[in-house]
Design a protein around this ligand. Structure first.
Ligand code: GLP
Length: 325
């Protein structure tokens, strides 16, 4: 991580540390940026008694939770830095006296100006992943946890963040052939469901709403592995494709159960079993937390090869950023 990035993390963490009391962590963004906060919410939930809630930005703007105030910590993210509802949410939270931390790829963007503490990240095509979005988020999350309830576990987690580039490269390589196979097999698919739970649920969610619906115009929906049995499993059939992520956290039994049922009736399951991930350098008690980051990188490659086989670039949009909405 560059010194500049380390300074940004330190400023955000120190601001949270300086608060006498924290009543709530609010994690606010839209679409893929909202999904980015999923694992962070899971970590806060498992590691501290302070509640952490994810909001879609516009819902936050319209709801304005009652507990929001000077004791709150608000994390926002906008890749472009320009999504109006995210900027507005950050402005309102700051007006209410909350400590606002804004993640964005774009320095000096409207979100950057709205947030009190700004954290920049690189995209995956730039420089290296050590200043990437996942690295910056985990450095802030574990930094905050270590500041408010010091624990050597968080120090190990912060060290693991430096290991992310290696972890990502190893797993991309490990899954490259499977990604190719997936792209070829499903290039004519008209629907692709994703299933996961726990820390990985939002990886399935962003795969469905961003990578498939937004970027490939393929019908998709993320199904929570626990919720599968409460409605969605009725659509299971031999020709209905599912991507199932089996995670490494406390919720893995939910994924196991969904997979065990689904494979009886669907012949179209793409299983991403995190037990197979190369997690070299990640301590056992942290694997569940780092797993969604690896799953995200692997699934991005699955989507990229699919796009390639379909001849439909991931960058094409019909409506997004092209008109008023
Ligand atoms: N795939 C997502 C979209 O779902 C989302 O609407 C957008 C939010 O934008 P931003 O992160 O710039 O606020 O980001 C990505 O492109």
């Amino acid at each position: 991580m560059t010194q500049e990035h380390l300074n940004q993390v330190a400023a955000a963490v120190n601001a949270v540390k300086a608060k006498g009391k924290i009543n709530h962590f609010y994690l606010i963004a839209c679409g893929g940026s909202k999904a980015f906060f999923g694992p962070a919410q899971y970590i806060f939930d498992m590691e501290t008694e302070i509640p952490a809630t994810i909001y879609s930005s516009n819902e936050f703007v319209h709801r304005m939770p009652k507990a929001l105030g000077k004791d709150s910590v608000v994390l926002t993210c906008s890749h472009s830095g320009n999504t109006p509802e995210t900027v507005k949410a950050c402005e309102l939270a700051r007006e209410k006296g909350a400590t606002t931390i804004a993640f964005s790829h774009l320095v000096d963007s409207p979100l950057w100006k709205a947030g009190e503490f700004d954290v920049h990240y690189n995209t995956k095509d730039e420089a290296d992943d050590s200043n990437g979005r996942d690295a910056m988020l985990y450095a802030v999350v574990f930094g905050i946890l270590n500041a408010i309830q010091p624990n050597e576990k968080y120090e190990r987690a912060i060290k693991c963040v430096d290991n992310l580039p290696k972890l990502f490269a190893a797993n991309k390589e490990k899954y490259a052939a499977r990604a190719q196979e997936f792209g070829e097999k499903y290039k004519r698919a008209t629907i692709l469901y994703t299933m996961a739970s726990g820390a990985n649920y939002d990886v399935a969610y962003s795969f469905a709403i961003c990578l498939m619906m937004e970027m490939q115009w393929i019908n998709s929906s993320a199904i929570h592995s626990g919720e599968y049995f409460h409605g969605p499993f009725e659509i299971t059939d031999y020709d209905v494709p599912f991507i199932i992520i089996k995670g490494l956290d406390e919720c893995r039994p939910l994924d196991e159960r969904a997979h065990a049922f689904c494979k009886k009736f669907s012949k179209e399951i793409t299983l991403i079993d995190a037990e197979e991930f190369d997690m070299d350098g990640v301590c056992d008690d942290l694997k569940g937390y780092f797993c969604p980051l690896v799953a995200g990188v692997v699934l991005r490659d699955y989507a990229d090869t699919l796009a390639d086989h379909r001849g439909h670039p991931m960058s094409v949009r019909r409506y997004m950023w092209r008109m008023e909405y």
